[in-house]
Write a new protein. Structure first.
Length: 287
């Protein structure tokens, strides 16, 4: 049996806040296989983005281990910056806000060419051709390569961000709320683009989202996160069809309804606070 592409064991990320400890991620165990789409869902503030940033080594772990392709990414076990730079091209991230994730002083060509140059993936004479191919793969004409991000719409900027993530031919992409900042009319286009790219390239994807419809459309498995912990995980069809955990059931019940009475009954009582954990739902499986 082959090893998972990504293994997360006991991951914790704690922050100090005015003398208290905020447990943003509090003991998460997850695996992602080659070519798998894992949906990571939960309300705002539950720790989804913090966990994604920890996998990318953008936020340090307080405790636990993260292994990619069998290699431990924890600097405490000897993962040097040089060793990390050799493996980093294999996992990339698409950030939530396409308006701030692109450098406004760089043209599209420079933004896509930079990772190719830094990691020496293509010869200098071939950079322009590779940038053009990346733009075409995400549905943008190569003639726009010399334009700046402010000259594009939100959906076009997110396509550029996707192209940048694909530039180094990664095995895993983490997409942090990739369509939440976009118009509804554009969201379906970006989701279909991601689905096509995953199928063509055989990529693994961690889809971080609070939009259950988006996750249901793309994910093979779903992990439900609450107060820094995974409270339920399973195949998409079974989790949506027969949720076992109380929080999962409430999350699904909170899906917007056209019936005002149903909408009021299904309304969550506001996001839980990591500063004052309510201590509910953490052991809420149906008996």
């Amino acid at each position: 049996m082959s090893l998972p592409l990504l293994e997360i064991e006991g991951a914790k990320v704690h922050f100090a806040n005015r003398g208290t400890c905020v447990c943003a991620v509090d003991g998460v165990d997850l695996t992602v296989d080659e070519g798998e789409v894992l949906g990571l869902v939960g309300e705002s503030g539950c720790g989804k983005t913090t966990l994604a940033r920890a996998v990318m080594r953008l936020t340090p772990l307080t405790a636990g281990r993260i292994r990619f392709g069998g290699v431990d990414l924890n600097p405490a076990v000897g993962m040097s910056r040089r060793a990390l730079n050799r493996i980093r091209p294999q996992f990339q991230m698409i950030f939530q806000d396409p308006y701030s994730s692109l450098n406004p002083r760089m043209t599209v060509f420079d933004a896509l060419a930079e990772p190719l140059r830094v990691h020496g993936r293509v010869a200098r004479r071939d950079v322009a051709g590779q940038v053009a191919r990346l733009m075409e793969q995400v549905g943008l004409a190569a003639r726009f390569a010399r334009k700046y991000p402010h000259e594009f719409s939100g959906g076009q900027r997110q396509r550029i961000a996707i192209a940048r993530a694909l530039a180094l031919e990664p095995r895993l992409i983490i997409a942090d709320e990739p369509v939440s900042a976009l118009d509804v009319s554009v969201q379906a286009q970006i989701l279909n683009l991601l689905a096509d790219l995953i199928r063509m390239r055989g990529l693994a994807l961690i889809l971080v989202s609070h939009d259950l419809a988006v996750v249901r459309h793309l994910a093979h498995r779903v992990a439900v996160m609450y107060m820094g912990r995974i409270v339920e995980m399973g195949a998409t069809a079974s989790l949506f069809g027969e949720p076992r955990h109380a929080y999962t059931r409430m999350l699904l019940a909170a899906t917007p309804s056209l019936d005002p009475a149903t909408a009021r009954a299904n309304l969550l009582k506001g996001p839980a606070s990591a500063l004052a954990p309510p201590g509910i739902f953490l052991d809420g499986y149906a008996r």
